[in-house]
Design a protein around this ligand. Structure first.
Ligand SMILES: Cc1cc2nc3c(=O)[nH]c(=O)nc-3n(C[C@H](O)[C@H](O)[C@H](O)COP(=O)(O)OP(=O)(O)OC[C@H]3O[C@@H](n4cnc5c(N)ncnc54)[C@H](O)[C@@H]3O)c2cc1C
Length: 420
């Protein structure tokens, strides 16, 4: 099987993407995903000269490969947030995640981005009967601590949401949405270019050095000097930024997509068109696409693997969840890197002379758009860098960029799932 991403189909290059590398700019942004593009749009709107440098093409990273779920909250659940950060900060963090969805919705409307965005709602599905208790605790915390209304769906009512024998109930969050990640990314890039940003594709940043208040970026296309730099490389952070690389772990996540189904068949499987994920630690997530396919994603493997193997693992899991898809061929399969810090929370700050914004842990479609915009404000001198957890992005012991410990983490999750 050849790796092929559904979201690449019919998505044109953003206008102006072929710009040449300038010799100097006010702010240089490394990475052409949602974080970098949103920051670039904001900076350009503040009248700051800004250039986005992308090693491959716009949206080549997670921003062009994700599931398109627009999610409130973070990877750690609401109870973990309150225990770890206290009620006040947990509430502020959750409010920021809702503000991020509002920011994304305004941006899509203001820039007329045709990406099929809809507030469809999400359901987190209990994979074991006991997991429903955990979802009920989340519902209570979300309501009482954060003032956010969600709804428990019992097993009897679940048929209204999904046609699958695998689940025991779920938690419905009406604030979640879905979009076409590729069209959203291209629209965001076009909006940044319209605002005055320069986007340069096919240029790799190799390192930075600072002197006299300016930073020089060594790139594969020659040097570029800037007053400010934002590193927005997330799960694709490489040796050019060694300190950041020691602090973030890329974990593979893959998606398969069936062929187009008869509209009634696709609607029968997910009647309300919501985005779905389950409570397994090894996590499955799925949705319908605009063109009538079922998309099914997950952490197919915690060890480096091939697209054939991850597609086979996910296809098997998809057919367990939806037995009626047993004979439906899979037409697309692709993989991307999800970016985790030690605490599984996003972080933004400044280190070694550059700003950074990374670590969305699979909850980045809306939050990276928002955090990119806030970093744009910060680099334009209009606002401070957002505080988020109030804790630093910590280095991971004995780790320099090769996640040797992931097979053990995968084994641990398998045992936890088995015991749960
Ligand atoms: C399979 C998958 C499914 C996901 N599903 C969801 C979802 O449904 N909902 C959700 O909220 N989140 C999801 N996520 C996470 C979400 O996609 C990310 O959080 C978000 O896209 C991060 O955007 P970004 O701009 O920070 O990083 P990216 O989009 O990864 O962009 C980083 C870019 O930096 C470039 N780069 C790296 N190093 C250099 C260099 N030295 N020089 C130049 N360029 C460089 C890379 O080429 C890359 O394009 C998913 C992620 C994956 C992989």
């Amino acid at each position: 099987m050849v790796e092929r991403c559904l979201w690449d189909e019919g998505v044109g290059a953003p206008g102006g993407a072929a710009a040449p590398l300038p010799g100097r700019t006010d702010v240089a942004i490394v990475g052409g995903g949602y974080t970098g593009l949103s920051a670039a749009r904001t900076l350009a709107r503040h009248g700051v000269a800004v250039a986005v440098l992308e090693r491959h093409r716009i949206g080549w990273g997670a921003s062009g490969r994700n599931g398109g779920f627009v999610l409130p909250g973070f990877q750690p659940d609401p109870d973990h947030l309150t225990r770890r950060y206290g009620v006040a900060r947990a509430r502020a963090l959750f409010a920021a995640s809702l503000e991020a969805i509002g920011c994304l919705e305004r941006l899509i409307a203001d820039e007329s981005i045709d990406c099929g965005y809809m507030r469809v709602g999400s359901v987190t599905l209990a994979a074991r009967p006991g997991h429903l208790r955990h979802l009920e605790r989340s519902r209570v915390t979300l309501g009482t601590r954060f003032g956010h209304r969600t709804e428990l769906v019992g097993r009897a009512d679940l048929r209204e949401e999904i046609d699958s024998p695998c689940y025991h109930g779920g938690l419905l969050d009406p604030a979640a949405g879905s979009l076409h990640p590729g069209r959203y990314c291209a629209g965001l890039a076009a909006a940044a270019v319209r605002a005055g940003a320069v986007i340069v594709e096919g240029i790799e940043v190799l390192g930075t050095s600072s002197a006299g208040g300016r930073t020089t970026l060594a790139t594969s296309g020659g040097p570029l000097t800037a007053s400010g730099v934002l590193v927005a490389t997330n799960g694709y952070t490489g040796p050019a930024f060694p300190a950041l690389r020691r602090r973030v772990v890329p974990i593979g996540s893959s998606i398969v997509a069936t062929r187009r189904l008869e509209p009634a068949v696709a609607r029968g499987l997910l009647p309300r068109g919501r985005v779905m994920s389950d409570t397994w630690h090894r996590l499955h997530y799925f949705r319908r696409s605009d063109d009538g396919r079922i998309l099914f994603g997950g952490r197919a493997s915690f060890t480096p693997t091939t697209i054939e193997r991850s597609a086979a693992i996910l296809t098997r899991a998809m057919r367990e969840v939806f037995p009626s898809l047993a004979d439906e061929p899979v037409e697309y399969a692709w993989t991307g890197a999800v970016c985790f810090g030690r605490d599984r929370m996003p972080h933004a700050g400044r280190a070694e002379g550059v700003h950074y914004a990374v670590g969305y842990a699979g909850h980045g479609v809306a939050f990276s758009t928002w955090l990119g915009a806030r970093m744009g404000d910060a680099l334009a001198g209009r606002a401070p860098v957002p505080e988020l957890t109030g804790e630093p992005l910590r280095a991971i012991p004995l780790y320099a960029g090769t996640p040797w410990f992931l097979p053990a983490v995968g084994g641990y999750y398998r045992i936890k799932d088995w015991l749960s």
